[in-house]
Design a protein around this ligand. Structure first.
Ligand code: ADP
Length: 553
């Protein structure tokens, strides 16, 4: 090293060493973050950016120290040459962070750095881009800028601007905690980039000195690095535990290694080496397990957030399904009810007497529309049951009244099927017995009507008998409907209360069934704390269906 170079180093004030030490610390800090995920392209490029900042800081310190030495002319060029790498390094780091694009990157790097190398040809001629004019007669020298400094500035500002644009775009496209992170980052970026550009790039042009350089360097570039690292840690705070664990282990190992150098006896050197190696292994294991634990926690957190998204989507789907059902209810069921109503009036002669064939045809329209209404109602009930939206309005219900009304209503169906239908209310010996229960009248009516309707459907000939009675102790009301129809096997008896379940071969008797009516009936009866069941002596031997409910009063 020549004497003059040593002079420069001797010229460095304590402040200069302080700046370099600070820059090295920041680089180590960013390096630790990069170490946490070496595969992440963004943090790799960010680490490179911090190295460029460090080199730039060292060059600036040397510049200050070499004023009034012949080295100033070379160092000013070196400093500005290094400074020119800041914008492309920052641009590439932000590009990787914001755009996650790996395909175009190589081409992009070549373009970005290639353009800079083209501009930096200007450095070969002193003063063309930047230079230094020595002071004459004891006066202080000054920085000089040539015309090539213009493209140099445009290039740097344009890249910083493009980086800012990436961040704004990313901010617009992101959501949740990530959006907050980018917002914080954007704020830091705008403040520090402005300070850095003003202090280091523009102020020397005006003052011809580096008077405000350190404001730009420490207040801008350094602040940017520290704030960005802080943001990374804040939003990814679990990793700080790994960093602390690593620092802890590294400190212990460094102390132990230092101990080795001051060990005097061979015996203790061997034992201390052994301990150091042991602690090295244990420390590695410790850091690894901390890392593993954090990774699992992060995985669980990710899964939980995925789950939350899925459940949100499911809720939306569920709402859409309910909306669809209500549309189906109004647009399908209501017009059908009108069709059924008019068919009934026509059949009864409200619009004049009909000939027998026409009346029979109208009767069929009445039957089919009725069945279709029941079918649609069943489908709607199923989805209500499944979504837990089946609402019940409980009140006192007079079952005698209900059954008698139903018997009248169902008679027309039985007549049309040429079946005899009888209804018996078992009043007991004394008579005047009450058949009250607490329940949802509409829903119970639906159950009884479904059972009577089934008996009519599944009875080709014979009769259907409805019976309402009370248990001997008077605590239960029993509704039953028995028929002389197709009956059922024991196996069928077990499964017919399940969803979409029908007896084998039942299609031959009645094709349009869905296997939903009894499932809905069972759900309703269960909600009333009651019991529903079927009995039959076998196929062709008729069936009986029972509903038992709590008596009231
Ligand atoms: P669906 O009548 O639309 O098929 P249900 O749930 O009301 O649906 O009835 C399920 C099955 O139970 C019917 O398909 C039939 O096999 C059987 N079933 C119901 N009621 C009777 C009955 N009274 N006699 C014989 N089988 C019956």
């Amino acid at each position: 090293m020549s004497v003059a170079l040593l002079d420069i180093i001797n010229n460095i004030p304590p402040f200069g060493f302080g700046v370099i030490a600070l820059s090295v610390l920041v680089v180590i800090f960013i390096g630790i973050i990069y170490w946490q995920n070496t595969r992440d392209r963004g943090s790799k490029l960010f680490f490179f950016f911090s190295l460029v900042i460090l080199a730039w800081g060292v060059a600036a310190v040397l510049f200050d120290a070499s004023i009034e030495t012949p080295f100033i002319h070379t160092i000013v060029v070196i400093e500005y040459f290094i400074a020119g790498f800041i914008a492309p390094a920052l641009f590439c780091a932000l590009d990787a962070f914001a755009n996650n694009d790996t395909q175009r990157s190589l081409k992009r790097y070549a373009m970005v750095y290639g353009s800079y190398l083209a501009i930096s040809i200007g450095f070969l001629t002193h003063g063309l881009l930047v230079g230094y004019r020595d002071g004459v007669g004891g006066a202080v020298g000054a920085l000089t800028f040539g015309w090539m400094f213009v493209p140099y500035v445009i290039y740097s500002v344009a890249l910083v601007g493009a980086g800012l644009w990436f961040l704004v775009k990313k901010y617009r496209d992101s959501a949740g905690i990530f959006r907050q992170q980018i917002r914080d980052f954007l704020l830091v970026f705008i403040i520090t980039a402005t300070t850095a550009l003003a202090g280091t790039l523009f102020s020397p042009v005006v003052t011809k000195t580096q008077e405000f350089f350190w404001v730009g360097y420490i207040g801008g570039a350094m602040m940017f690095l520290v704030a960005t690292a802080a943001i990374l840690i804040k939003y990814n705070f679990l990793n700080i535990r790994v960093i602390v664990a690593e620092l802890f282990v590294a400190t212990i190992i460094l102390v132990l290694i230092a101990e080795l150098f001051i060990t005097t006896s061979f015996g203790s050197l061997i034992s201390k080496t052994g301990i150091t190696i042991l602690i090295l292994f244990a420390g590695t294991f410790f850091v690894g397990s901390v890392e593993h634990e954090i990774q699992s926690k992060e995985k669980i957190a990710r899964l939980l957030s995925d789950l939350a998204i899925v459940s949100k989507r499911l809720k939306v789907l569920d709402r859409k399904k309910s909306e669809f059902l209500s549309i189906a209810s109004h647009h399908l069921r209501d017009p059908l009810t009108t069709v059924k109503g008019y068919a009934s009036m026509l059949e009864e002669g409200s619009f004049g007497q009909l000939s027998t064939p026409v009346r029979e045809a109208v009767g069929k329209i009445f039957d089919s529309s009725g069945r279709l209404i029941t079918m649609i109602s069943d489908f709607m009930d199923i989805s209500r049951i499944e979504s837990g939206d089946m609402n019940y309005v409980f009140a006192d219900v007079d079952l005698r009244k209900m059954v008698l009304e139903l018997a009248v209503e169902m008679k027309q169906y039985a007549d049309r099927a040429s079946l005899v239908i009888t209804t018996t209310i078992d009043e007991g010996l004394e008579g005047g017995m009450e058949f009250m229960t607490a329940g949802d009248a509409g829903k119970l009516r639906q159950v009884f009507s479904n059972l009577i309707d089934n008996s009519i459907k599944y009875t080709p000939r014979g009769e259907v008998s409805i019976l309402l009675s009370k248990s001997p102790d008077g605590k239960k009301v029993l509704f039953s409907v028995s028929d002389t129809g197709i009956g059922m096997t024991n196996l069928t008896k077990e499964k017919i209360f399940k969803k979409f379940s029908r007896a084998e071969g039942v299609n031959k008797v009645y094709t349009e069934g869905t296997g939903l009516g009894l499932y809905v009936a069972k759900e309703i009866v269960n909600k009333h704390e009651g019991r529903i069941w079927a009995e039959s002596k076998g196929e062709g031997m008729g069936s009986s269906f029972y509903v038992e409910l709590e008596a009231k009063g």
